[in-house]
Design a binder for this molecule. Structure first.
Ligand SMILES: Nc1nc2c(ncn2[C@@H]2O[C@H](COP(=O)(O)OP(=O)(O)OP(=O)(O)O)[C@@H](O)[C@H]2O)c(=O)[nH]1
Ligand SMILES: [Mg+2]
Length: 306
């Protein structure tokens, strides 16, 4: 593969509004569930690196937190991640979600995305209209025309990250903007982040899916201990101990619930996915801890990797 003269390699940042489908696209490209996906906005909080490989190219995709108006320090840190990721990229995938509610897509947000974030971009921009599966052909064409006419990106295409429609066309569209002639990573490498990061993300995803209102947003997950016991003795399960951080005692009570059934349910759902990811059985222990106002406190945020 690396001897192929026409091989291309480079970095592509996926940016867009919260809930646009950025993480769904990353997973679809990799054919692997790497980045967590939920119906709630602001699911992704950190940069997720996913490496796409085929015979002609290697694309290091960078999934980013959705762009929003920051309400607190955590948001500012998430936006900073998106901003620095843009600097790393050779090409930018600007994702615009198709929507029935706001017409073919949210023009207000798209305007902001292009005006503020992609103003005089130093990098080529490929605009992607996602969720094309929920639009009629007419709506899709109208949205594509508007994006093309108004913001003039290098390329514009409609995809469905959920169904996979148009995703190979997107790869094709990105290849001309990849600067390197050799792959940076071996073919079996899917990400640069360690297993424990993805374990904490799976737990966060289950929290987003299981709890309502402010709970998912007030929660952070920290891996306290990851004992890879299977390495020394394959008959032994790995031991993973995690802290679930919340802001208030009342949130802790909701997370655990009266007889601990909610936390147990959470643990079971998370363990199932963790075992699938690691391809081996694990013990998972969850503890809930209160850290008042962690989303507003620099020291706390820093200790959680923000
Ligand atoms: N119908 C449809 N739904 C989609 C598509 N892509 C994503 N979704 C759904 O949109 C929701 C948000 O998807 P995510 O991939 O988490 O979105 P995101 O842009 O990563 O969101 P944040 O991490 O919050 O910024 C999920 O419920 C997805 O299933 C698509 O192509 N079609
Ligand atoms: Mg996401």
């Amino acid at each position: 593969m690396s001897n192929n003269i026409s091989f291309s390699c480079g970095y592509a940042a996926i940016i867009g509004s919260p809930n646009a489908g950025k993480s769904t696209l990353l997973n679809r490209l990799l054919n692997h569930k790497l980045s967590i996906v939920t119906p709630k906005p602001q699911t992704t909080r950190k940069k997720i690196t996913g490496i796409y490989h085929d015979d002609r190219c290697q694309i290091i995709f960078l999934d980013t937190p959705g762009i929003m108006a920051p309400m607190q320090k955590l948001h500012e840190s998430m936006l900073k991640t998106t901003r620095t990721t843009l600097r790393e990229a050779d090409v930018i995938v600007a994702m615009i979600p198709g929507s029935k509610k706001a017409g073919p897509f949210d023009l207000g947000f798209t305007d902001m995305l292009f005006a503020k974030w992609l103003k005089n971009p130093a990098k080529p921009v490929v605009a992607v209209l996602n969720k094309a599966d929920i639009l009629t052909g007419e709506e899709r064409e109208k949205a594509l025309r508007t994006i093309r006419g108004r913001w003039n990106p290098e390329k514009v295409l409609a995809i469905s990250a959920l169904l996979g429609t148009g995703v190979s066309d997107l790869v094709e569209a990105l290849i001309p903007f990849l600067p390197l002639e050799n792959p940076l990573y071996p073919e079996d490498v899917l990400s640069t982040a360690p297993e424990r990061f993805f374990v904490s993300e799976i737990i966060r995803e289950k929290i987003f899916l299981q709890y309502g209102q402010e709970i998912p947003y007030a929660t952070e997950v920290v891996i306290d201990e990851f004992k890879e016991q299977h390495r020394s003795d394959p008959s032994k399960k790995d031991m993973i101990r995690c802290s679930i951080i919340v802001e208030r005692d009342s949130q802790k009570q909701i997370l655990i619930s009266k007889k601990g059934t909610a936390l147990k349910k959470l643990g079971m759902a998370a363990r199932k996915d963790i075992e699938e990811l690691l391809d081996r059985p694990v013990f998972l222990e969850l503890f809930v801890k209160v850290r008042p106002d962690w989303r507003k406190r620099n020291v706390m945020l820093k200790s959680f990797g923000y």
